[in-house]
Design a protein around this ligand. Structure first.
Ligand SMILES: CC(=O)SCCNC(=O)CCNC(=O)[C@H](O)C(C)(C)COP(=O)(O)OP(=O)(O)OC[C@H]1O[C@@H](n2cnc3c(N)ncnc32)[C@H](O)[C@@H]1OP(=O)(O)O
Ligand SMILES: O=C([O-])CC(=O)C(=O)O
Length: 370
């Protein structure tokens, strides 16, 4: 038995949800480039869960369900008011999603029908939880969700209590489409491992949130923004990056386990970042990002991943840096739950082996002799 570090190149599941072949990403066989330009996040979530795009009445029904389920139990909001105001936002989300399970009497029902309903419910409630904490920590009351608007619209509205700009809504919606699923990424693998024990969907999603939080995965988008802020001005980009590379430090938002010639999602986020900076009449963040991209690509041959240009996009939408990874979770919830449903269709416990490299032939030494 020989271990493969990080399971690189190991095919650990079959899936018909998303695929990556020759650098092309598809959800259910549809190229992400098409979906990013033409689909809404609601259509995308339906596609991931059901394997086909919704017709008009199916889409309207899903939108109604999102509206009906978006409020969260008062008890969960009351608990959130007791969380430390400075708590890590992904830890908050992980805790609050876990708490939602306590108020769902069907939490442990693992039939497809029940789990699909819980997936839709979680998709509606997670934006409400994140927006609520963003307000609670500022000493403000949470804003109740609107009915009849998209998830992107509702999230931006619940953050501020004001009607969002349609351009911001479209940009966030497109970002949600781009982040929705990504084959057997680390957080999706966590979700599948958890549900494969026949645990429950809330446990699967809680595991996934904990996994997405790390800076080598979803947490990279927040780390990118921290780097862009540290750079501050365009003229500082080159010395900053040279210093990091000379110290062999990682540049967040670059590199990928699967894509070696570039992440197909990054170009959409770069375009969005450019368009938003033109609209704002301030291209500082975009210019710094492009400079960093040129330096890292030129010197290390590493290309930006989905997390790199999303940082400048979210900042230009007025969203604080520590909500970037929770926004990733809003989107990826659709993928995690699609994988949970798929895993349960033909389940087998996920239990690989480890290559033992420790000591052998040791004898027990009584405590008084140690
Ligand atoms: C949504 C997502 O999860 S996308 C990924 C988000 N994560 C990041 O942006 C964090 C920065 N990137 C990374 O840490 C890595 O590229 C990962 C984690 C994404 C992929 O990791 P792996 O496939 O394990 O690649 P690994 O870390 O082994 O890198 C291979 C080599 O490239 C280097 N490298 C990889 N990424 C970077 C980077 N961002 N900056 C500098 N060097 C890098 C490594 O140091 C290593 O060099 P070495 O062989 O000289 O030691
Ligand atoms: O697939 C991965 O390893 C990471 C990634 O890009 C994602 O989860 O979107």
């Amino acid at each position: 038995m020989t271990a493969t570090k990080g399971l690189e190149g190991i095919v650990a599941a079959t899936s018909s949800i998303s695929s990556i072949h020759d650098g092309v990403l598809c959800y259910r066989g549809i190229n992400i480039d098409d979906l990013a330009e033409r689909a809404s996040f609601e259509e995308t979530a339906y596609l991931l869960w059901n394997g086909k795009l919704p017709n008009q009445s199916e889409l309207e029904q899903l939108q109604r369900q999102f509206s009906d389920y978006a409020a969260v139990p008062q008890a969960v909001l009351a608990q959130m008011k007791l969380y430390p105001q400075g708590a890590n936002t992904m830890a908050v989300l992980r805790t609050a999603v876990s708490a939602l399970a306590l108020y769902d009497e069907n939490a442990n029902d693992n039939t497809r029908e029940s789990n699909l309903k819980k997936a839709i419910k979680l998709q509606a409630q997670i934006p409400t939880l994140i927006a609520a904490f963003a307000r609670i920590r500022q000493g403000k009351e949470p804003v109740a969700p609107l009915k009849g608007v998209s998830i992107a619209h509702n999230f931006l509205y619940m953050l501020t209590g004001e009607e969002p700009d349609p351009i911001a809504v479209r940009a966030l919606d497109q970002a949600l489409v781009l982040h929705a699923d990504h084959e057997l990424n680390a957080s999706t693998f966590s979700a599948r491992v958890t549900i494969a024990t026949l645990s429950d969907i809330y446990s699967g999603v809680t595991s996934a949130i904990g996994t997405l939080k790390g800076p080598l995965h979803g947490g990279a988008n927040e780390a990118v923004m921290k780097m862009l802020s540290e750079i501050g001005t365009l003229d500082q980009a080159e010395p900053y990056i040279q210093r990091k590379l000379a110290n062999r430090e990682k540049i967040m938002g670059f590199g990928h386990r699967v894509y070696k010639n570039g992440d197909p999602r990054a170009k959409h986020l770069q375009k969005m970042s450019r368009q938003l900076s033109a609209l704002k009449g301030d291209s500082t963040l975009y210019d710094i990002s492009v400079k960093v991209d040129q330096l890292v690509t030129g010197q290390k041959g590493l290309k930006p991943n989905v997390d790199f240009y999303s940082a400048s996009v979210y900042t230009m939408l007025g969203i604080p840096g520590d909500l970037f990874t929770p926004i990733f979770a809003i989107s990826r919830l659709s993928g995690w739950t699609a994988h949970i449903l798929e895993q349960l269709e033909d389940n087998r416990l996920i239990r690989p082996r480890a290559e033992y490299v420790g000591a052998t032939n040791q004898s027990y030494v009584p405590i008084e002799l140690r």
